[in-house]
Each structure stands twice: as structure tokens, then as C-alpha cells.
Write a protein that binds this ligand. Structure first.
Ligand code: NAD
Ligand code: ZN
Ligand code: ZN
Length: 345
């Protein structure tokens, strides 16, 4: 089969590799029909994720058809149409029982990281019963592939950890795929204002179309003052969806007393955590890895048209154009790319 293989920092190739097989009784082999590229794959490509070694097939998002299941798989059979979770989990350990699937004792973020991933014609999925979700008949595969990672991330770590409530003023710093997923899922709770903050004008324009009531172009500076000008005394919930110290700092300065900072961004370096200022204003700070425990609920919201992930897709390719898809996604600002879909045919 063909797959997108990480070779060395800066080097990937769409090349022929051996097809995976069922190794454990709990595995499923999935024939990928659609996959996508995540910002994390670009970090891997740069060499920023040392656990990814040369030869690894990348990708942790995908949908497909089950080709084969191991003898212990109970919920799925050959021919089933499935959504793959970016987090694989056993469903039985102490952490899984608490739905902290990211910390599963035999799982977590492995696909396209510690084991071969979804940017391939076939992928082996460990613990299939708990790591795959059935795709309802007639559902749109493109919409559902967006639920492998970015929508659960924006929803669970941004909106739910941020405890968005009806009438709240919400600010989202970072209008990338994850920030946009937070925007679309924050709307479930009818906040009174959603303020989207980014440097990229085209992303802010899309955010406005998707329901942001205010947008702030942070390239002009003075973001904190601009947010305070739009609110009485700051926001109830500040969602950090960039992952740099400056944007965490913005969140610390725009949140009002009693508010929440939900940090979604991955901060390689430490941030300036102003504990004293947060304490005196009764601010709750949350953060974490996506658990994908809300995926079944998100599938239902897509089915009932309460959630429209298709709005984030800007580019479409086929497997033989994988390298082009990476080139465009890797140059997202110039290419106006937000989410790219790569289909088998
Ligand atoms: P992305 O890089 O596509 O988007 C980030 C956005 O932030 C871009 O639109 C960029 O223009 C904007 N930005 C950059 N600097 C800015 C600044 N100074 N002010 C305002 N906006 C600025 O990233 P993404 O894929 O949307 O992911 C967002 C973050 O979420 C990343 O840090 C990613 O690693 C993290 N993430 C976390 C989890 C988790 O489990 N917690 C899962 C997936 C992704
Ligand atoms: Zn991802
Ligand atoms: Zn587990």
C-alpha cells in the first residue's frame, strides 16, 4: 500500500510500504477513505516531536471502512463505516473508566506518533471497540473526519473546561482549526458575545461568518484594551488556542473576576503564570489533552445539523496529491488554508 511516511526533519514522502495487519485480538484494520492533516503533523515534520522516528506513517485523523477485526472485537465487523479517534484507549483501565482516554494505560495519543497513523491506505487501530465510532448511515464523511481531533479538542478543552454558559462573553484567542471548533461548539451554549482574536484577516473573516460577534486583529497590538472596549470589565471565558506565551498573557489580562481561562494551546515553553492576579480575581484556569469522550455527542450534533464542520474545509485532494496537500497546509497563511481533506479517490 502507499502511505505518507516521515523520513527526517523537513522530509516526508508518499511511498510504498507494507500493509499493516491485525496484531492483537482487540485490533481492527481500517481501509482509509478520508484523512486530513493537523497542525501537529507540521510540528512532527519540523522535527519538534522527537518520539516520532524515521519511517513512521503520520496522521491521527481519519474515516474508513473496516477491512478486518481481531477475534476479541465486539462492536464492529468487516464492512462497518467508522470514524477513528485520534486517541486510542482500552476502555477498561482506571483512566478510561474516568473517561480520561488520553491517559489510558495502553493508549493515548499513539496514532501517527508512536505507531503508524491514518495518512495511509490502511491503518491498524488498537482497542478498536473503544477507539472507533460507528458512522451513521448517510452521514457526511468529510464532516465526521473533523471529529477525529479538532472538534473534540475545541469543545472539551476549550468550551467545556471553560464552562461556557448562556449569556457569557467568550473570547477565543487563535482562529485556527481548533479555535474555530471552539467557536462553533461554544454556540451550543448561547453566549451573548464571542470575540475572536487572530493575526490573520481571512481567518477572522471566516470567524465572523461562522458566528463571532466581534473580531480583533491582534497584529495591530493593544489587544487587551480592544477586548476591554468591547466588554464591561472583561470576558467570562478566555479560550487560548494558539500555544504561545503572549496569547496566554492576553487571556490572563482580559478575563473578568470569577471567569475562566481554558488553555488549549500546547506551550512548548513555560508561560508567565500570574498567580497573584488570578487569585485576587477568583479565576479558574484549566488545561489538558483532548480525551475524545464527547465524540458520540458531537456525531449527533452533526447529524442534526446543529454543528457544521464542513465550514472549516478549504482544500480537497486525493491520495496521489498528498505532497501537494502538505505543501499547501504548511503554507496556510499564504494559501488561505484552514483544513484540507485528502480522499482515497
Ligand atoms: P494553528 O497554528 O492552525 O492556529 C493557531 C492560530 O493562532 C492561527 O490562526 C494564527 O494566525 C494564530 N496566532 C498566532 N499568533 C497569534 C497571536 N500572537 N495572536 C493571535 N493569534 C495568533 O493551530 P490549531 O491547529 O488551531 O491548534 C491550536 C493550538 O491547539 C495549538 O497549540 C495546538 O498544538 C493545540 N492543540 C491542543 C490539543 C489538546 O489536546 N489540548 C489538541 C490539538 C491541538
Ligand atoms: Zn491533531
Ligand atoms: Zn485504558
Amino acid at each position: 500500500m502507499n502511505a505518507l511516511v516521515y523520513l527526517d526533519p523537513g522530509k516526508i514522502a508518499w511511498k510504498e510500504v507494507p500493509r499493516p495487519t491485525v496484531l492483537e485480538p482487540t485490533d481492527a484494520l481500517v481501509k482509509i477513505t478520508k484523512t486530513t492533516i493537523c497542525g501537529t503533523d507540521l510540528h512532527i515534520l519540523k522535527g519538534d516531536v522527537p518520539a516520532v522516528t524515521p519511517g513512521r506513517i503520520l496522521g491521527h485523523e481519519g474515516v474508513g471502512i473496516i477491512e478486518e477485526v481481531g477475534s476479541a472485537v465486539r462492536s464492529f465487523k468487516q464492512g462497518d463505516h467508522v470514524l477513528i479517534s485520534c486517541i486510542t484507549s482500552c476502555g477498561k483501565c482506571e483512566y478510561c473508566k474516568k473517561q480520561l482516554y488520553a491517559h489510558c494505560e495502553d493508549g493515548g495519543w499513539k496514532l501517527g506518533h508512536l505507531i503508524d497513523g491514518t495518512q495511509a491506505e490502511y491503518v491498524r487501530i488498537p482497542h478498536a471497540d473503544n477507539s472507533l465510532y460507528a458512522i451513521p448511515p448517510g452521514a457526511d464523511e468529510e464532516a465526521l473526519v473533523m471529529l477525529s481531533d479538532i472538534f473534540p479538542t475545541g469543545f472539551e478543552i476549550g468550551v467545556l473546561y471553560g464552562a461556557v454558559k448562556p449569556g457569557d462573553v467568550v473570547a477565543i484567542v487563535g482562529a485556527g482549526p481548533v479555535g474555530m471548533a471552539s467557536l462553533l461548539t461554544a454556540k451550543f451554549f448561547s453566549p451573548s458575545k464571542i470575540i475572536m482574536i487572530d493575526l490573520d484577516r481571512s481567518r477572522l473573516d471566516l470567524a465572523e461568518k461562522l458566528g463571532a460577534t466581534h473580531v480583533i486583529d491582534s497584529s495591530g497590538g493593544d489587544v487587551v484594551q480592544k477586548v476591554l472596549d468591547q466588554t464591561k470589565d472583561g470576558v467570562d471565558v478566555a479560550i487560548e488556542a494558539v500555544g504561545i506565551p503572549q496569547t496566554f498573557d492576553i487571556c490572563q489580562h482580559i478575563v473578568r473576576p470569577g471567569g475562566h481561562i481554558a488553555n488549549v494551546g500546547v506551550h512548548g515553553k513555560s508561560v508567565n503564570f500570574e498567580l497573584q492576579k488570578l487569585w485576587i480575581r477568583n479565576i479558574t484556569v484549566t488545561t489538558g489533552l483532548v480525551n475524545t469522550n464527547t465524540t458520540p455527542m458531537l456525531i449527533k450534533t452533526v447529524e442534526s445539523n446543529k454543528l457544521t464542520p464542513l465550514d472549516l474545509i478549504t482544500h480537497r485532494y486525493t491520495f496521489d496529491q498528498f505532497m501537494e496537500a502538505y505543501a499547501v497546509f504548511g503554507n496556510a497563511a499564504v494559501e488561505n488554508a484552514l483544513k484540507v481533506i485528502i480522499s482515497r479517490t
